[in-house]
Design a protein around this ligand. Structure first.
Ligand code: HMG
Ligand code: MG
Length: 302
């Protein structure tokens, strides 16, 4: 079996993770989290989103957070922008990459961004055009690529359709997202495979929530296809406010442990990453949702 020799991880904890917290996390804590992630060797960090503060009040401090981070050369900072209004606010904060986020399920598109899939593409097109013209990279997320909290199973053809539409409008790479963590390895391979006629393997990433504990298995299944870009959240933070019951992303700590154990490099210092996960978990008043973090912490103190 030929696995990739290097994996690129985007930590989405500050965004996907903290968008879902019931208690407000101060901007200073978010800024420190970003600092700790980059110190641990993360070179891509999804910092925040420029969405409606009425819909997601947790991200209302987006400008403050982007202004507060200390940018490190070689680190790419991305933000979510659902429409031109979000893009125009985001661009002033100098992100390296913006993310338009669509869905493979109609019902989820309506619940999450208040429009149909077709309407979402109309909203994204000018955002993508403006970003590319400004020299900002563009990523697209395809939510509910395996299953939807409202529609159940999602056919790979739905993923293929969204991938094609995103490709046609100029989106440079896509995240195949198991938003509610219901995927199992072969289903995830089929969803990723559905994006591959439209995007090269280097431009497709896996974004797996761990609701059913399948995210590491799904990551391995994606690696078997040659996928080498993934999103994960430090301390397993995460979830989507419009996907009830969905838990966090797979913990970055767990992915890094698995990859390093397979001889696959990530550039990440696992010890420092564990510290970052403990920092944010302590700030939230709980323990990290990461088995690797627990095991290594027990070893440290034991
Ligand atoms: P809408 O209500 O249809 O928008 O919301 P609208 O254009 O009709 O505007 C209504 C109001 O929203 C107006 O304010 C606008 O100014 C304001 P009012 O006049 O009523 O005071 N507004 C905005 N404010 C700030 N920033 C904006 C913006 N746009 C409009 N960009 C909208 C449409 C998309 C904005 C809304 O549905 C929304 O914010 N949804 C939140 C979606 C979200 O953040 N979901 C979580 C992230 S996605 C995710 O987690 C999945 C992912 O991780 C992958 C995976 O796991 O699947 C990426
Ligand atoms: Mg997500």
């Amino acid at each position: 079996m030929d696995f990739p020799s290097h994996v690129q991880l985007i930590d989405v904890g500050p965004r996907d993770g903290l968008q879902n917290e019931k208690t407000m996390v101060p901007a200073a804590t978010k800024i420190e989290l970003v600092q700790r992630l980059q110190s641990a060797g993360l070179t891509e960090i999804e910092v925040t989103s420029f969405v409606s503060p009425k819909w997601v009040p947790q991200m209302a401090d987006n400008v403050e957070v982007m202004a507060g981070i200390t940018r490190q050369p070689g680190v790419h900072y991305s933000v979510l922008t659902p429409n031109l209004q979000g893009y125009e606010a985001a661009v002033k904060t100098r992100p390296d990459e913006i993310v338009v986020f669509g869905a493979a399920s109609e019902a989820f598109s309506q619940k999450n961004i208040n429009c149909s899939i077709a309407e979402s593409m109309e909203r994204f097109a000018p955002v993508v055009q403006a970003a590319l013209a400004a020299g900002i990279a563009v990523r697209g997320a395809i939510s509910c690529a395996v299953g939807c909290p409202y529609e159940g199973d999602v056919a790979p053809e739905r993923v293929a359709l969204v991938a094609r539409l995103m490709r046609e409008m100029g989106v440079q790479r896509v995240d195949v997202a198991d938003t509610i963590g219901v995927g199992t390895p072969l289903k995830v391979q089929r969803a990723l495979g559905a994006a591959l006629p439209h995007y090269a393997i280097d431009q497709v990433s896996g974004h797996f929530h761990d609701t059913y504990g399948m995210a590491l298995a799904n990551t391995l299944a994606a690696l078997q296809l040659g996928v080498w870009n993934f999103q994960s959240s430090v301390a397993g933070l995460g979830g989507c406010p419009y996907a009830r019951g969905a838990t966090g992303n797979v913990a970055t700590e767990d992915v890094v442990y698995m990859l390093h154990g397979m001889g696959i490099s990530t550039g990440i210092d696992l010890d420092r990453l564990i510290d970052a996960g403990q920092f944010i978990s302590a700030a939230l008043g709980r323990k990290p949702h990461s088995r690797v973090s627990h095991a290594l912490q027990a070893k440290r103190t034991g």
